[in-house]
Ligand binder design. Sequence first.
Ligand SMILES: [Zn+2]
Ligand SMILES: [Zn+2]
Length: 85
Amino acid sequence: MHQGNWSCSSCNKAITELPFEPNRTDGLLCIDCFKNKNSGGGTQGEKKMFEGDWKCGTCGAEIKKLPFQPRETGNLKCLDCYKNK
Ligand SMILES: [Zn+2]
Ligand SMILES: [Zn+2]
């Protein structure tokens, strides 16, 4: 670990140890903010979902939510078909 006297750019908490030597001190994140950022912004494991009215191109099931905004709606897969791929 590298010792230092930095502060988190997100929550302003003091950072005294880092697993790497930072070459820039702006934009540093403390462990907590780093974890939150990588898990998608705070709420545990909850991804941003896009709501819509689509149809699965394989089984015909309705698709109300997708983890991404589909560009083409012709060949979408519902979660079940996606998993069974
Ligand atoms: Zn922080
Ligand atoms: Zn399906």
